[in-house]
Design a protein around this ligand. Structure first.
Ligand code: KIV
Length: 272
């Protein structure tokens, strides 16, 4: 099928599908607060993910597990207030959808009602199929997430590349097909071999967005604090750093400290 190329004024789940059909790559970045979301949105990013990586990036936790539904809603509503163009997708956090489909639906509705977000992302395949179906049944768009799913870090034991072995790779392909069949609008594939990710992107019609999954997929996602170098402790191979903001900000703040100490700041023009 061919679809006319568009300059999307507002990005929807349908726009993403059209981008895949047209071979236009989808750009996705995280944001967790109003100011960052304003910058990311006005820079032309198609999808803003209010990721549960906020647990690490904003709160300093070691994993994504501690962040709560109310904390995700706080971050998501701050982002939604800033965004004019991008599709805003919010992660359902650990423990709010895995137990049963009714709980999953209750969590999903709470996030949609209280944050104003456009869609949700859930980690996992066949084990959460019923929960996803229930959420989709309520008219809420769902993005899947397969491969390295950080909410399962204690099952995996490491953040190493997933699905290198045939059995796990085959299961991942089956899960991706299932997510497409039940109606998910896109899937994130995290840290899997590039050849496998490309195969998934060619097998399903819905967009596949990769992080550490190579260039053969339909779009890319990164954590914004990593790609602008605010976080200088995380150096995976898949990360391209566009700035070194940790160093630039440290220098600027160090200069401010020195100006205050030396009584250079404020000067005569910087007071009333
Ligand atoms: O929480 C997050 O930031 C994510 C991305 C890494 C895909 O899920």
């Amino acid at each position: 099928m061919s679809v006319a190329k568009k300059d999307y004024k507002i990005v929807t789940t349908k726009s993403l599908y059209e981008m895949k059909v047209n071979g236009e790559k989808i750009s996705m970045l995280t944001a967790y607060d109003y100011t960052m979301a304003k910058i990311v949105d006005s820079s032309g990013v198609d999808v803003i993910l209010v990721g549960d990586s906020a647990s690490n990036v904003m709160a300093g936790h070691e994993t994504t597990l501690p962040i709560t539904l109310d904390q995700m809603i706080y971050h998501a509503s701050s982002v939604v207030r800033a965004v004019e163009r991008a599709l805003v997708v919010v992660d359902l956090p650990f423990g709010t959808y895995q137990s049963d489909s009714k709980t999953a639906l209750r969590s999903a509705i709470k996030v949609m009602k209280e944050s104003g977000a456009h869609a949700l992302k859930l980690e996992g395949g066949k084990e959460i199929k019923e929960g996803i179906k229930k959420i989709l049944g309520a008219g809420i768009p769902v993005m899947g997430h397969l491969g390295l799913t950080p909410q399962s870090i204690y099952k995996f034991g490491t953040y190493n590349v997933r699905a290198k072995e045939e059995e796990e790779a085959n299961q991942l392909i089956e899960d991706a097909k299932m997510l497409e069949k039940i109606g998910c609008f896109a899937i994130v594939l995290e840290k899997i071999p590039a050849t496998l990710a490309e195969k998934v992107a060619q097998t399903v019609k819905i967009p596949i967005i990769g992080i550490g999954a190579g260039g053969g997929v339909d779009g890319q996602v990164l954590v914004v604090h990593d790609m602008i170098g605010m976080n200088n402790e995380f150096n995976p191979r898949f990360l391209r750093r566009y700035m070194n903001l940790f160093e630039d900000m440290s220098n600027a703040i160090g200069q401010y400290v020195s100006d205050v100490k030396s009584k250079d700041f404020p000067n005569a023009n910087e007071q009333y």
